[in-house]
Design a binder for this molecule. Structure first.
Ligand code: GLN
Length: 383
């Protein structure tokens, strides 16, 4: 792994740890529309043997994806990426949330779900990690569902901060104070927009919405929630600052608590890829066929992800990769290839901007090989 490649998204931390090839165990279950049968596949992969599972589902029922990628190509590219980056050792687990510091830093899973509901998974795709900041995308979708894009834009904004995701100075300096829905301040304000008679109703609404986007029931990882709730003084400070500027729309500490819960929702790489594929598929979950995000909201969400999905590395990410994506300090990143599908990668060690090192490398590699860069006219077939 050349240092040029591994440093191109952001400055990386110095510490490197050897990451031996590991045993991967994967399992996935997929629901087909109108088909109550569940299919379970378990594959045990040894350190020497890598298995890729790729399941085409209800291909004939799918009409919305003339551009979904070819199976053989994706399969070989993902295998290559897994091999190429499995021993990458740069980065460190997030440690400002104590739970995250002790997650096995060698975990590594890749999942792709296409808009015609083909699923390809490799590595630790069964491990449930906290969604963290990736949740911000889906709370934004829910806020837009309730308020519409214009009001959401007016109350939160959509400008890059050029600062760390939890920056206090950004709140003071930005004319909107909230910045955008994908930094902590803007995300807490977005959570505060969700309606409900009390905190429980708001939280359940958010969790149910995420579950519909994933196409299966998601749950809170209680240990993550407790760990973060015990240490989130910075987010509480952001919420109070927002209150000073009148840019938070419910009780500040209640909003931080709901936000902390949404960040503690557990997802595995397969579920995260399906959430991404729902965005890639105009808001229709490709596994359940349900329209869960409004079609007209999707471009706003993807634009916001392009602009701020990887925080202050977003410009560099757009330059190199050209796909809307969102990272979380739990080690997940999901990237969207509109109309085609989504790739989710989970690997806990992060760079200094808070983005998974391996996930960035894998997505960059796969996106280049599959010609996914949104800004390249050849990505839509122009020769
Ligand atoms: N829950 C985390 C926080 O508020 C989310 C940050 C992230 O994933 N970048 O700090």
């Amino acid at each position: 792994m050349s240092s040029i490649t591994s440093c191109k998204y952001a400055l990386l931390t110095d510490s490197c740890r050897a990451q031996p090839a590991r045993i991967a165990c994967e399992s996935f279950s997929v629901k087909s529309l109108g088909l109550m049968k569940r299919v379970h596949v378990r594959v045990i992969v040894s350190t020497l043997l890598i298995a890729v599972s790729f399941v085409p589902l209800r291909l004939s029922a799918q009409t919305s994806s003339p551009v979904a990628p070819r199976r053989e190509l994706v399969e070989s590219v993902v295998k290559e990426a897994y091999e190429k980056f499995r021993n990458e050792s740069k980065g460190n687990n997030a440690d400002y949330i104590p739970y995250l510091a002790q997650v096995d830093s060698k975990l590594f899973g890749i999942a792709i779900v296409t808009t015609d509901n083909q699923a390809l998974t490799l590595g630790d795709v069964n491990y449930s990690f906290s969604i963290q900041s990736i949740s911000k995308v889906f709370t934004l979708a829910l806020a837009m569902e309730e308020l519409g894009p214009d009001k959401t834009f007016e109350r939160i904004g959509s400008e890059p901060t050029g600062r760390a995701f939890n920056s206090v100075p950004a709140v003071v300096d930005m004319p909107t104070h909230t910045g955008n829905p994908l930094v902590n301040a803007g995300a807490i304000a977005t959570t505060s927009l969700i309606s409900g008679k009390d905190a429980d109703e708001k939280w359940n609404k958010i969790l149910n919405f995420y579950s519909k986007v994933a196409g299966e029931k998601l749950t809170l990882i209680d240990e993550v929630y407790k760990s973060e709730a015990a240490t989130n003084t910075g987010n509480k400070a952001l919420s109070m600052l927002l209150a000073k500027y009148d840019r938070i729309y419910a009780d500040p500490f209640e909003s931080v608590d709901i936000y902390t819960k949404q960040c503690s929702v557990g997802v595995n790489a397969s579920q995260l890829a399906r959430m991404g594929a729902t965005l890639a598929n105009n808001g229709v979950n490709p596994a359940t066929g349900e329209q869960v995000i409004k079609r007209e909201d999707v471009p706003y969400i993807l634009a916001t992800m392009t602009m701020a999905g990887l925080y202050d590395s977003s410009g560099s990410w757009a330059w190199h990769v050209g796909l809307p994506a969102k990272s979380g300090v739990g080690g997940g990143i999901v990237a969207i290839a509109p109309g085609k599908g989504a790739i989710a990668v989970f690997a806990p060690p992060l760079d200094e901007a808070g983005n998974s090192v391996k996930a960035q490398e894998v997505i960059d590699y796969v996106a280049q090989k599959l010609n996914y860069n949104l800004y390249s006219p050849s990505s839509v077939g122009l020769k």
